[in-house]
Design a binder for this molecule. Structure first.
Ligand code: NAD
Ligand code: UDP
Length: 323
C-alpha cells in the first residue's frame, strides 16, 4: 500500500451524496469499498466506477454486522428524504441505530476512524436561529419525522459513547439540505420536486404558505466539508454544521427555479406536512475555524448544474434553458 492511500468504506455509497463522495475519494487515489442495499440509492450513481480497480461494491444492509479491513468509514447509509424515510419508519430508525452500532463496532475492531452523516434535523423545529452546534434541538419524539430525527440523534449519542468508553476516533457532521446532480428525481425533496415540475410544465407544489425557510448547500461544497472533517485532528470530533448559510423561503426557491428554467408552471398550494420545520440556517463558524471550510457555490450556480442534470435525465429537447 502506498503511503497516504487509504482503504475507505462508504456506507450508502450508491446514494446521492455517497456516490459523489466515492468519486472524490477515488480521484484522490484511495481505495473505496461502497456498501449499499439500494433502498433509495441507484446502480446508475456508481456504474461509472464499477470498472475501476480501486473501487469495490458490496450489496449489504448495515443493520447487519460487517467484517472488512478498512482505515476509515464514512457512515452515510440512511434514507434522507421525508417521503422515503416514512416508507418504512422502523427500518429507518434501525438503519440509523443498528447501522451506527455495527459500523462503530467495526471501527473499534479494526481501529478505523469513523464519520457520521448526521443532520440539521437533530435541531427539529428550532427556537434558535441560526442553529449552532450547542443548541439541543426541538424534536417531536412521536411525530412522523421522528423515525429519522430521533434515529440520527441516537446515532450521535452512540458515537460519543463509543468515543468516550471505547476510544473510537469519531467525527460528526450535521448536514443541512444539500442538492445537486444525482438527486433522485422522485425523492419528493423540494429541489428535485420543483425542478422536475418546472421542466415538465407541472404545477409547482408549495406546501403551506411557502414562507418557511431552508439553506441549500451544493453537493461539491458538502463533500469537501466531509473530507476536511475526516482529515481534521483526532481531538476535533464535532458535531459540526456543514451547510450553506444562505437562507431562502420556499417561495423564493420556486421563483428562482421558474426563472432559470423559463418555465410557465403555476404555483399551487398543498397542506404543510406535520412537524415541518419553520426555519433552518446553519451557523458555520465552527466549520470555518476548525476546518477552514465554507461553501463556495451560490444557489443560482448550483441550481443551473442541477437543472442541467435533470434536463439530461428527462432527455428533454428544451433548448430555452438559460445556462
Ligand atoms: P440517499 O437516499 O440518496 O442515500 C442514502 C443511501 O443509503 C442510499 O443509497 C440507500 O440505498 C442507502 N441505504 C439506506 N438504508 C440502508 C441500509 N440499511 N443499508 C445499506 N444502505 C442503506 O440520501 P443522501 O441525500 O445521499 O443522504 C446521505 C446521508 O446524508 C444520509 O445519512 C442522510 O441522512 C444524510 N443527510 C443528507 C442530507 C441531504 O440534504 N441530502 C441532509 C442531511 C443529512
Ligand atoms: N416542500 C414544498 N414543496 C415540495 C416539497 C417540499 O413546499 O414539493 C417544502 C417542505 O414542506 C419543506 C421544504 O420544502 O418546508 C423542504 O422540504 P424537503 O423535503 O426538501 O426537506 P426537509 O423538510 O427535510 O428540510
Amino acid at each position: 500500500m502506498n503511503r497516504g492511500v487509504k482503504r475507505i468504506l462508504v456506507t450508502g455509497g450508491a446514494g446521492f451524496l455517497g456516490s459523489h463522495l466515492c468519486d472524490r475519494l477515488i480521484a484522490r487515489g484511495h481505495e473505496v469499498l461502497c456498501v449499499d442495499n439500494f433502498f433509495t440509492g441507484s446502480k446508475n450513481n456508481i456504474s461509472h466506477l464499477l470498472g475501476n480497480p480501486r473501487f469495490e461494491f458490496l450489496r449489504h444492509d448495515v443493520t447487519f454486522p460487517l467484517f472488512v479491513e478498512i482505515d476509515e468509514i464514512y457512515n452515510l447509509a440512511c434514507p434522507a428524504s421525508p417521503i422515503q424515510y416514512r416508507v418504512n419508519p422502523v427500518q429507518t430508525t434501525k438503519t440509523s441505530v443498528h447501522g451506527a452500532i455495527n459500523m462503530l463496532g467495526l471501527a473499534r475492531r479494526v481501529g478505523a476512524k469513523i464519520l457520521q452523516a448526521s443532520t440539521s434535523e437533530v435541531y427539529g423545529d428550532p427556537e434558535i436561529h441560526p442553529q449552532r452546534e450547542d443548541y439541543w434541538g426541538r424534536v417531536n419524539t412521536t411525530g412522523p419525522r421522528a423515525c429519522y430525527d430521533e434515529g440520527k440523534r441516537c446515532a450521535e449519542t452512540l458515537f460519543f459513547d463509543y468515543h468516550r468508553e471505547r476510544s473510537v476516533k469519531i467525527k460528526i457532521a450535521r448536514i443541512f439540505n444539500t442538492y445537486g446532480p444525482r438527486m433522485d428525481p422522485g425523492d419528493g425533496r423540494v429541489v428535485s420536486n420543483f425542478i422536475m415540475q418546472a421542466l415538465t410544465g407541472q404545477p409547482i407544489t408549495i406546501y403551506g404558505d411557502g414562507e418557511q425557510t431552508r439553506s441549500f448547500c451544493y453537493v461539491d461544497d458538502l463533500i469537501e466539508g466531509l473530507i476536511r472533517l475526516m482529515a481534521s485532528p483526532d481531538d476535533f470530533t464535532g458535531p459540526v454544521n456543514i451547510g450553506n448559510p444562505g437562507e431562502f423561503t420556499i417561495l423564493e426557491l420556486a421563483e428562482t427555479i421558474l426563472e432559470l428554467t423559463r418555465s410557465k408552471s403555476q404555483l399551487v398550494r398543498k397542506p404543510l406536512p406535520t412537524d415541518d420545520p419553520r426555519q433552518r440556517r446553519p451557523d458555520i463558524e465552527l466549520a470555518r475555524t476548525e476546518l477552514g471550510w465554507q461553501p463556495t457555490v451560490m444557489l443560482r450556480e448550483g441550481l443551473r448544474h442541477t437543472i442541467a442534470y435533470f434536463d439530461d435525465f428527462l432527455g428533454s429537447q428544451n433548448s430555452g434553458l438559460i445556462f
